[in-house]
Design a protein around this ligand. Structure first.
Ligand SMILES: Cc1cc2nc3c(=O)[nH]c(=O)nc-3n(C[C@H](O)[C@H](O)[C@H](O)COP(=O)(O)O)c2cc1C
Length: 176
């Protein structure tokens, strides 16, 4: 298991996975990492829906995303054939829900890296999830009443490599 600073430094968006499934222990660890994230006022409102990569609902979401974005024959699906996708939703009446989901998803990304797994945070399906088929997808994914999709994360064994992104302290930080 990597320490948290190493996981932050070494994590990268993984856009290719082997077919190997996660163990129950790995899945449980990722779920716990998401739920251990802090939430505003300790509301703990973030909900996680665990979807196996071969669940047909993912193809339906992919098709809707492509329809809305007028994409034809994409070279890969939105989760790059990962063995599992976690969809995070939050109470849409709570103004911190999206931020809480973002913090939870990053906890999960770092936990995945710590376990030696790859991950990809996914926002590109948001319009599909919250558009005209919102009620259909919310029901199919069993989102709690009044909840809305916020963010997803695909996790699996890495079959693609990429350097972590570069950044500039000079451009992005002000010291007073
Ligand atoms: C909120 C959010 C949404 C993202 N959505 C997608 C997505 O839909 N598809 C994708 O391939 N990458 C997505 N990414 C990954 C970013 O493109 C990636 O984090 C960024 O290019 C930096 O690369 P790195 O993660 O390898 O450091 C998303 C990242 C964040 C934080």
């Amino acid at each position: 298991m990597k320490d948290v600073l190493s996981a932050m430094e070494q994590r990268f968006s993984t856009r290719g996975y082997t077919g190997e499934k996660l163990t129950k222990e790995e899945t449980d660890c990722l779920i716990r990492a998401g739920l251990q994230a802090p939430t505003a006022a300790n509301r703990q409102e973030v909900h996680i829906t665990v979807v196996e990569g071969d669940n047909p609902i993912l193809k339906e979401i992919e098709d809707q995303k492509n329809l809305e974005r007028a994409v034809q024959n994409p070279p890969h699906n939105f989760y790059y054939e990962a063995p599992v996708v976690f969809l995070l939703s939050a109470d849409k009446s709570f103004s911190w829900g999206r931020l809480d989901a973002g913090i939870a998803v990053q906890n999960m990304a770092l936990a995945a890296e710590g376990l030696g797994l790859g991950s990809l945070i996914i926002g590109c399906i948001r319009d599909a999830m919250t558009g005209e088929k919102k009620d259909y997808f919310s029901k199919a994914l069993k989102l709690p009443e009044g909840y809305e999709f916020e963010i997803a994360i695909a996790v699996g064994h890495k079959a693609a490599q990429k350097d972590p992104h570069v950044y500039s302290v000079e451009d992005n930080v002000t010291f007073l």
